[in-house]
Design a protein around this ligand. Sequence first.
Ligand SMILES: Nc1ncnc2c1ncn2[C@@H]1O[C@H](COP(=O)(O)OP(=O)(O)OP(=O)(O)O)[C@@H](O)[C@H]1O
Ligand SMILES: [Mg+2]
Length: 314
Amino acid sequence: MAPESSILELDRVTGGYGGAEIIHEVSVRVAPAEVVVLIGPNGAGKSSVMNAVLGRLRVDGGRIRLAGRDITGAPPEQVVRRGVCYVPQTENVFPNLSVNENLEMGAYIRTDDFQPRIEEMYDLFPPLAERRRAPAGTLSGGQRQMVAIAKALMVDPVVLLLDEPTAGLSPRVRGDIFRVVSEINARGVPILMVEQNAKQAIAIADRGYVLVDGRNRLEGTGAGLLADPDVGATFLGGGGDSRVDAPAGEAGDAGSHSENRRGEVGMQGGEGRHDADPEPEAPAPGSGADASDGRETAKPGTGAPTGNPGAGRP
Ligand SMILES: Nc1ncnc2c1ncn2[C@@H]1O[C@H](COP(=O)(O)OP(=O)(O)OP(=O)(O)O)[C@@H](O)[C@H]1O
Ligand SMILES: [Mg+2]
C-alpha cells in the first residue's frame, strides 16, 4: 500500500531517550480501516514506537506521517490535537475521580457539548454506565481499562494507540477488551495496539509486526503471523508465560469467571481486587480531526451496539 494511503506511518524511524538509541529503522504503518498489532519481548521497544509517534522519543532518523502529514519531531500536544489518541500502558485513569469525571477529563480539549459522546461511551461500555459515579480506582482491572479507552475516545481519533490494553487481565476479561477494540475499529477508528497476549491480539488484527531489540523482525497479516512457525515458537507457544497462553477462540468465551494472577474477575462480575493505582500522568490525549470513514467490516468479536464515534467532534 502506498504511504499516502496510510493513516499512520513510521518510515525507518531511529531514536531513543537521552544518549541511548532504542529503536532502529523501525517501519510500521496503519491503513485507515486497520487494527495493527505490535508484538515482541519485554524491552523490544514497542512502547518506544508509540512514544516516537507521540513526540516523546527523540527521533534521529526516519519520518513519521499522520494522514500523509509529516509529524516527525512534533511536540506531544500538537500530535494530540492532530488526532492521535493514546491509552498508556499504566497509570491511565484518574483513580480518585469518578468514571464520569474521567470521561470529562478525556474531553478536555473539546469546546463543544460532549455529553452525547459520554452517552455513546456508556453505550459502548455498558458496565461503565452502571458505575458512572464510582471512583475509577474502585473498579475491576477490566473496567478500569474500559474507562481508560473511553477517556481516550472522548475526542475523535484519527488513530487510536493502545499500549497493552489487556495486561494483567484474566483471559475472559481480555476477550471483553479485544471485542471492544474490534467494535471501536468497526466504527471507523484505525488502531495500533501493543500486546503481549499475542495470539488473541493477532486474531482480531488485520496485520501485525514483531519487534525484537528495537528492530523490525517480522510482519504479516494476522493469519500469516498466526501460521508463522517463528512467531508460534517465540510468542504463541505459551512457554510458561500466562500472558500468551490463551487460544484465540477464547476471546469469544463469556463463560465462567476465571481469575488471573491478581485475582481479578470479569467486567460484569463485580468487584475484583486489583493492584494499587499509581497517580496518572496527563489525561489521555486526543484531538479533533475527522477519522470516521463509515466502513463496516465484519471482524471477529464485533458485536457491540452500533454508533459513530465521529459524531460530536469538536
Ligand atoms: N524513558 C526512558 N528513558 C530511558 N530508557 C527507556 C525509557 N523508556 C524505556 N527505555 C528503555 O528502552 C527500551 C525499550 O523499552 P520499551 O518500554 O519501549 O519496551 P517495550 O517493548 O514496550 O517493553 P515492555 O514489553 O516491557 O512494555 C528498554 O531497554 C527500556 O529500558
Ligand atoms: Mg511497553
